[in-house]
Design a protein around this ligand. Structure first.
Ligand code: A2R
Length: 319
């Protein structure tokens, strides 16, 4: 058996590669953009990587024809909400056209007998403006995306649902809620706060944290838990179905900030940075995780305090 991770040079890819080797015991091949390099995985594995731009539909068909992976994890995305406000066109290209190129390639190869199990990663952001009474959010809740990133992931989900039913493809969809941990880029809130704290500890920044909207409540899961949800879903998920992946508990960003500051001995004050406020912010996003638990038995195991401690240590080693 062989698994392919498309878009593995980001945050999740190296963790997922380790989880695949641990849970699926199969060969892993990963794709990256030509300018990217794939880090050694957190478990110290070196990965076999091939170049792939998902905006090139012919290249996807050729790669799948050559490698014939049994499992495909589609991670390639423009994954930042804040960047999607700045560059909506690129977000639409990569997240919608890129996903459609992958679906089209599998559709094209199916008459030859190739029908891999595929996991497409979407986002809890797809639910958008949640109505009171709809929290925690079930997968059948109406979507009302609040930003372009969320809209593109909702579109990916709809296209894959259509292709699974229309063409008998084995496509499972995830709506991943916020995932966090060591190695995450500092454009994401927990990593950003941890990096700022470490910069203050090391005297690289005045002792002032710059923050955005602290009232928003989000559902955070450690990336090292999230990737095991993905390996379970690719085995046991039902084609055409969507599964939330989250902790099931939303907490205010303010509480995260307090937990991070509490793990540092530095004296820190907090200031609002208008550049970190988004044009529209959704007040609460929290997953109902009943469906994935019933399908796979998965639930997260790593407490937020440990995630924060490990992320702080990552920045202490990196800066
Ligand atoms: O944007 P870059 O240069 O960081 O590259 C990202 C890559 N990517 C692409 N790969 C192939 N063809 C493209 N046209 C293309 N455009 C971007 O996908 C990056 O290396 C990777 C995604 O990694 P991250 O942005 O770090 O996302 P992360 O945290 O690994 O999340 C994986 C998935 C994404 O679908 C998120 O939207 C979802 O989980 O939450």
């Amino acid at each position: 058996m062989k698994a392919m991770i498309i878009g593995a040079a980001g945050f999740v890819g190296p963790y997922l590669a380790d989880a695949i080797q641990q849970d699926l015991l199969c060969e892993v091949v990963v794709t990256k953009l030509p300018h990217e390099t794939i880090a050694t995985t957190p478990n110290g594995n070196t990965l076999r990587a091939v170049n792939l731009d998902i905006l090139n539909p012919i290249a996807i068909v050729e790669l799948l024809r050559e490698e014939k992976p049994d499992y495909i994890f589609h991670l390639a995305a423009q994954s930042s909400v804040s960047y999607s406000w700045k560059n909506p066109a690129l977000t639409v290209d990569v997240n919608i056209k890129g996903a459609l190129n992958l679906l089209g390639a599998i559709r094209q190869l199916k008459p030859g007998g190739y029908n891999p199990r595929v996991l497409l990663i979407g986002s809890g952001e797809e639910y958008g403006h949640i109505k009171p009474g709809s929290v925690p959010i079930r997968e059948d809740c109406e979507l009302d995306p609040g930003n372009i990133y969320a809209a593109t992931k909702a579109c990916q989900n709809m296209m894959a649902t259509i292709y699974a039913h229309a063409y008998g493809l084995q496509l499972m969809m995830v709506r991943a809620f916020n995932h966090v941990g060591p190695r995450q880029a500092d454009i994401f809130v927990v990593s950003d706060f941890c990096k700022q704290v470490v910069r203050i500890e090391k005297g690289l920044q005045e002792p002032v944290m710059r923050v955005g909207n602290l009232a928003a409540k989000r559902d955070f899961t450690d990336v090292r838990d999230v990737v095991h949800a993905y390996t379970r879903l690719i085995q046991f998920g039902v084609p055409g179905e969507t599964y939330n992946v989250g902790s099931g508990h939303a907490i205010p960003i303010q509480e995260i900030l307090d937990k991070i500051v509490a793990q540092s001995s530095a004296e820190i004050s907090v200031e609002t940075d208008p550049a970190k406020l988004r044009p529209v912010d959704v007040p609460i996003i929290e997953a109902d995780t009943t469906k994935i638990f019933n399908a796979t038995g998965w639930k997260p195991t790593i407490p937020l305090e440990r995630t924060i401690a490990d992320t702080l240590d990552y920045w202490r080693e990196t800066l």
